[in-house]
Design a protein around this ligand. Structure first.
Ligand code: FAD
Length: 308
């Protein structure tokens, strides 16, 4: 059994494992895919103190750093069930798809999130080649260029406002006949000179020249007419889904969006079970934030252990 078992091996999980292992306590990390979303990322320019790196390189460095310590890394392990301790200070149990079961006095859940995709032709092909999901991350790569933002909810409209200050032109495309974003955001968006809003439009294809995105095709839903925009980038903002499906039968409190609710020490609603990173309610999903949150949850778990 472990003192700390981290479930998830992205930036949050790696940071949690390092902080826990450095306390000299029995630490394990079980992850479906060590590295997490970072593995799907190309250029990273906002990992503070490292002006430029690439996802696979950072993911390898994360794993390398964890292996410097006596933490058990269990890769390719997908958690399917959480069985909380029956009494306070008892052991929690996690069941994996492989049938394996692991016990630990504390848990740190850091299973991250995934961007909802449009699932149209060209989207996967041009991912990181013009198709982007994170304006804070990739906005500056499109300086002076033409981009589209897909989605008129709060995140889409915020992204469009943010991008309008960096890129040349932004077209916001919303499926419904109106945007769902807060009125104050919509007003701000409409006040910007380099933004066009297209409502009632269904994106049907991401176009490219074989190397990079060069356009987007959409259907005007009312008329059924097919139209094409010439542009260099597409930011898909139709939702970030937390990886908490495996927790819905557990007593862990989730927000309406399915994110794990945590307190200022990173503890969930179940004593001894902590969470960190994109899977939680903490706003702004970023690598440095996930690492900070993972470190905090490990220190929270250590504090809990010395009291129980
Ligand atoms: P994740 O990275 O999502 O890691 C989750 C971990 O949990 C993975 O190991 C996963 O396999 C595992 N897992 C999931 N479900 C289970 C399960 N049931 N059982 C076991 N393990 C499970 N951020 C930046 O700061 N800068 C950038 O430039 C940047 N660019 C990005 C580009 C792209 C294309 C994407 C998708 C994201 C980008 N981000 C960027 C966001 C950043 O990657 C995330 O904020 C960060 O990775 C979150 O870390 P995390 O550890 O919370 O979760």
């Amino acid at each position: 059994a472990f003192d700390v078992l981290v479930v998830g091996g992205g930036p949050a999980g790696a940071a949690a494992a390092i902080y826990a292992a450095r306390k000299g306590i029995r630490t394990g990390v079980a992850a479906e895919r060590f590295g997490g979303q970072v593995l799907d990322t190309m250029a990273i320019e906002n990992f503070i103190s490292v002006p430029y790196t690439e996802g696979p390189k950072l993911a390898a460095a994360l794993e390398q750093h964890v292996t410097e310590y006596e933490a058990d890394i269990m890769n390719l392990q997908r958690a399917v069930k959480l069985i909380p301790a029956s009494d306070q200070g008892g052991e929690h149990e996690v069941e994996f798809e492989s049938g394996a079961r692991l016990k630990s006095k504390t848990l740190i859940l850091s299973t991250g999130a995934r961007w909802r995709e449009m699932n149209v032709p060209g989207e996967a092909e041009y991912r990181n080649k013009g198709v982007a999901y994170c304006p804070h991350c990739d906005g500056p790569l499109f300086k002076g260029k033409r981009v589209a933002v897909i989605g008129g909810g709060n995140s889409g409209v915020e992204a469009a406002i943010d991008l309008a200050g960096i890129v040349g032109h932004v077209t916001l495309i919303e499926f419904m006949d109106e945007m769902r974003a807060d009125a104050v955001l919509q007003k701000k968006l409409r006040s910007l000179p380099n933004v066009e809003i297209i409502l009632g439009a269904r994106t049907t294809e991401v176009n490219g020249d074989g190397t990079r995105v060069n356009g987007l095709t959409y259907e005007e839903r009312a008329s059924g007419e097919i139209k094409r925009l010439e542009l260099e980038g597409i930011f898909v903002q139709i939702g970030l889904v937390p990886n908490t499906e495996w927790l819905t039968d557990s007593p862990i409190e989730l927000s309406q969006r399915g994110e794990i609710v945590i307190d200022e020490h990173g503890m969930t609603s179940v004593p001894g079970i902590f969470a960190a990173g994109d899977v939680t309610t903490v706003p702004y999903k970023q690598i440095v934030i996930a690492m900070g949150e993972g470190s905090k949850a490990a220190l929270g778990a250590f504090d809990y252990l010395i009291r129980h």
